[in-house]
Design a protein around this ligand. Sequence first.
Ligand code: PLP
Length: 409
Amino acid sequence: MDYTAKLDEALQRLHDEGRYRTFIDIERKRGQFPHATWTKPDGSEQPVTVWCGNDYLGMGQHPSVLASMKEAVDATGAGSGGTRNISGTTVYHKRLEAEIADLHQKEAALVFSSAYIANDATLSTLPTLFPGLIIYSDSLNHASMIEGIRRNGGAKRIFRHNDLDHLRALLAADDPETPKLIAFESIYSMDGDFGPLKELCDLAEEFNALTYLDEVHAVGMYGPRGGGVAERDGLLDRIDIVNGTLGKAFGVFGGYIAASAKMCDAVRSYAPGFIFTTSIPPAVAAGAATSIAFLKGEGGVKLREEHQTQAKILKLRLKGLGLPITDNGSHIVPLIVGDPKHTKLMSDMMLEHYGIYVQPVNFPTVPRGTERLRFTPSPVHGPREMDALVHALDALWSHCALNRAEMAG
Ligand SMILES: *Cc1c(COP(=O)(O)O)cnc(C)c1O
């Protein structure tokens, strides 16, 4: 057996399909986000502006978050030193979980190493708690949900993206006595479109199903206190399990679920992905708790308004140039280039010639023919950065001779 040859084959497959990923090595500059330094493959450095990050509100450089983290490091050291069960539960973890539970108006919350792990660990454990459980999953759900559902050995039904009629038909076809759970997202990250949360909750109620909502791209950014789209739409009490991340708008690291005390107790007690792993460092928990608390208040309201304004301005300006952006009313701005070569070329040229960093998004993350550049404007992107981006895109779109919309509206 030639193991090295097998690795070569596996990697070559990705190259052949144009799916081989190269990482761009950047160092963000605290206090100067979205500015960063790019270290090129030859070791030389170039200043860049990041336009594809998920630190949507710039909380990763917020002074109060950094102060909390430093304080916790000084007070308690680096790591937690254990799993939650064996010496790894601290006041920092307890405070963070209380902050999260309050954010979503739930009795309890559980912190995981990431939202990926939170989805995977929770969804793969639920059939143990509800024998015979059928999970109804939106076809565009995140890989972490798909993985958890796939691994759990239970029954699953995939409904077409946001298709309520299809979901209804699937629910109606199953035994009314079987336990059921509907899993969906509030904002789908590649098109920036919203899930029909109210209608999904209505269906869940009608068919006596539990609801599982991934709010990863909404927590911190939507709702009066940053509780997400369910908070904005007054649906918190109709969601049984909320999933969120501490690594995107909250600017730190980690993930969680929030739910009833009993649900959290059961997941805590049964999910291997929660039990058999070192808990997050106290400093990370402290920073995340401070970030959540900050975004619940007036400061958060202001950042959320600025965030939405920035997204609206960018969309308006790109539409004004006739560039084919997808506008689903959220903060995410996808520019559809439509083939992998041009998308990669534009991304490369933006970085090299204009110092603008936006990662190309290709199949299988998005369907073939919809390859895109996905921009994430934020309150830390000023008018100067926005001008530079718009001018670069205008020039490159012409350079690549790509189509524009007929006299854009
Ligand atoms: C990023 C993402 C996750 C995973 O969050 P992490 O905390 O980065 O692991 C889960 N769900 C969705 C929809 C995401 O986009």
